[in-house]
Design a protein around this ligand. Sequence first.
Ligand SMILES: C[S@@+](CC[C@H](N)C(=O)[O-])C[C@H]1O[C@@H](n2cnc3c(N)ncnc32)[C@H](O)[C@@H]1O
Length: 274
Amino acid sequence: MRSDASGTSGGCDGGAASAGERDRFARRLFTPLPRRYDALADLLSLGQDRRWRSAAVAAVARARPRTVLDVACGPAGVTLELAARTDARIVGVDLTEEMLRQGAVNVGRAGVGDRIGLVLGRGQQLPFADASFDALTFTYLLRYVDDPQQTLTELARVVAPGGTVASLEFFVPPNRFWRFWWWGYTRLVLPVAGGITGGRAWFTVGCFLGPNISRHYRRYPLPWTIDAWRRAGFEHIGVRLMSLGGGLVLWGTRAGGGGTPDATHDPPDVPGGR
Ligand SMILES: C[S@@+](CC[C@H](N)C(=O)[O-])C[C@H]1O[C@@H](n2cnc3c(N)ncnc32)[C@H](O)[C@@H]1O
């Protein structure tokens, strides 16, 4: 595992936060989670996280990249799926050292250590040269940075023209009926179920997640996010809402590669979240 983290950039959830506070918050939140992360993420998302990851990885695997950067890789769940579904050499980057330690264990167990490198670093300031990767994935990242537009621009910087990028995030169900149940699940069930299955650290995550997701989309609705991808230098952007709108997979191509526009928007008219 290489250490390239410079650890700067600010504030937890809105509010006036000093530089580095948001990174510190993310590290504090994620440091106790790695050992049981994949199992509990699967359980607490009612098995949906697995489907969402698979959809994001499929968007990248289609392009048959030789090199992929997986940003906010955590314990390397997406990284390993990329390794299983492509022949690429993959680098995983994450802010939290403990996540990467568990990632190294998981990579070793899967026997693909020769194709995967794990690097400590920040999505806002990647320790790689311009256009170093054929493809890039990032999962559950933009809610943890101060300036999602700046981070998207930084992610685009390291992707070669024509390279594919895919992301996965939670979303707020656009349909009022499903949003009611989503709200109840994220505000009530998640903290309790998190606490019962994972103890205090997962209770904290369970309390944090729902309000954080809602707040993120109030500030950065989906149309803003799609425009931000364009401004960062991506084109042929595709959107897929999954699991009644609880999950959001976005993908696109780094401009300048001369590819064919083939991405789809599904559904075409997505409300901005609430
Ligand atoms: C919810 S976990 C997701 C892990 C992995 N992507 C997965 O789906 O299994 C979010 C990860 O983002 C990492 N993270 C948060 N802020 C980050 C940043 N600014 N740069 C890089 N990683 C970050 C955390 O350390 C954590 O491992």
